[in-house]
Ligand binder design. Structure first.
Ligand SMILES: C[S@@+](CC[C@H](N)C(=O)[O-])C[C@H]1O[C@@H](n2cnc3c(N)ncnc32)[C@H](O)[C@@H]1O
Length: 376
């Protein structure tokens, strides 16, 4: 070697592989893959009524297929996945399958305890991986329209039970003075209302108040209108609107935003607009994800992998598709408080939603103007 040749460093010995650690990680990956596959089959069980059919009592596959009016061969394979996946129990002697009562409460019914609707989101959000890959490579995002109309139904399935269980008895009482104000008669907006089940429930509970649900998804609003008409509620209506244009005159006494601020292309502008659209002393009630802003503070949050994944697959990308801020689902309480303060909400209280570990209620008031009482 001459003095002018570049020196080569000695080859590095790769660190010894911890074979047990690699094995554990491989098992972890296989568990994740298995969970993903089982999610699809739980979704099929939910869609076809198989869990309801199984709840009627232990059954073998022909009996269950008859009960659910489905093809036996599919039902038999599905039961294999459910039994080996720990969803149903199997008695090989009898050849019968049972849905334990404790599992049934998590897979059936119209309450928030039924988690089966969430499994449909796994398949749905995975439908756009090609477009998402493009966005990873070139920027931009997958626009909201690409997720509709399926998103409308899936979102409704995920939030309807939470509203039924929590809105009137948990969320409204978490905000001091709100129930009294709604009972007395208030002008109320629900921004990013989706199918507007929240609007229907509030309008039925507080007949002296008037409610308008705003969303830019007309398919979702049509469902809200149909539900309100079915319930015969004259104090609720819906309007297609980008909520950055929320009307400010006449002002609202109360604005609700359920799970929508982190999706926004212009969240700071929307928050400021909400502030400006409220009467002084008016309430802004924001339900949003319960998480911390810094990744390091979310490492022990068991829901964080779900939240970051949903963010990447949906909430962040729909914002980036509009050249937006891309806050993402995990914008977290610290940033939320900062942005609310910047919008003019100086007094913000954050509380938990009973039985809903994923969300927090941010209770905010538009400050009253300070009156100068000094006499000269
Ligand atoms: C995650 S979904 C929540 C829907 C509903 N609040 C619920 O909890 O079921 C967010 C909703 O906000 C709507 N949305 C997002 N950005 C919007 C905007 N700038 N203007 C109007 N609607 C918007 C979406 O169409 C969607 O229906």
């Amino acid at each position: 070697m001459t003095a002018t040749e570049p020196t080569r460093s000695a080859p590095q010995t790769p660190p010894a592989l911890d074979a047990e650690r690699a094995e554990r990680f491989a098992e972890h990956l296989m568990e994740l893959t298995t969970g993903g596959m089982l999610s699809h089959l739980i979704g099929i069980g939910h869609r076809t009524g198989l869990f309801d059919a199984l709840a009627a009592g232990p059954a073998d596959s022909p009996t269950l297929a008859r009960r659910a009016n489905l093809h036996e061969r599919y039902v038999r394979e599905w039961l294999g996945a459910m039994a080996t996946g720990g969803i149903v129990s199997y008695d090989p002697g009898e050849g019968s399958f049972t849905l334990p009562a404790e599992h049934a409460v998590c897979l059936r019914g119209s309450t928030a305890a039924n988690l089966a609707p969430f499994t449909l989101a796994v398949a749905h959000l995975g439908e756009h991986l090609d477009e998402l890959e493009e966005a990873f490579r070139h920027g931009g995002g997958v626009p909201y329209e690409r997720f509709r109309p399926r998103f409308t139904e899936i979102m409704d399935g995920m939030s309807r039970g939470v509203f039924d269980d929590q809105l009137i008895s948990g969320i409204v009482p978490a905000v001091p003075g709100l129930a009294e104000r709604l009972s007395a008669g208030a002008r109320v907006a629900d921004i990013g209302c989706g199918t507007g089940h929240s609007v229907t429930l509030l309008a039925a509970e507080y007949p002296a108040s008037t409610f308008t649900g705003y969303d830019f998804a007309s398919d979702a609003l049509d469902r809200g209108r149909a539900e309100v008409a079915e319930r015969g509620l004259a104090n609720a209506s819906f309007e297609a609107l980008d909520i950055v244009e929320l009307p400010t005159d006449p002002p609202f006494d109360v604005v609700f935003a359920f799970d929508t601020i982190h999706d926004q292309a212009e969240p700071a502008r929307v928050l400021r607009r909400v502030h400006d659209a409220l009467v002084p002393g008016g309430h802004f009630v924001m339900l949003d994800t319960r998480a911390a802003t810094e990744l390091a503070d979310n490492l022990d949050n068991p829901f964080a992998p779900l939240l970051y994944s949903v963010s990447t697959l949906h909430c962040m990308t729909v914002s980036l598709a509009r050249s937006g801020a891309g806050l993402g689902t995990v914008w977290g309480e610290q940033l939320a408080r900062r942005m609310l303060a910047e919008a003019g909400f100086t007094d913000v209280a954050v509380s938990e939603v009973p039985d809903d570990p994923l969300d927090s209620v941010y209770s905010c008031r538009r400050p009253e103007p300070v009156t100068d009482r000094t006499t000269r």
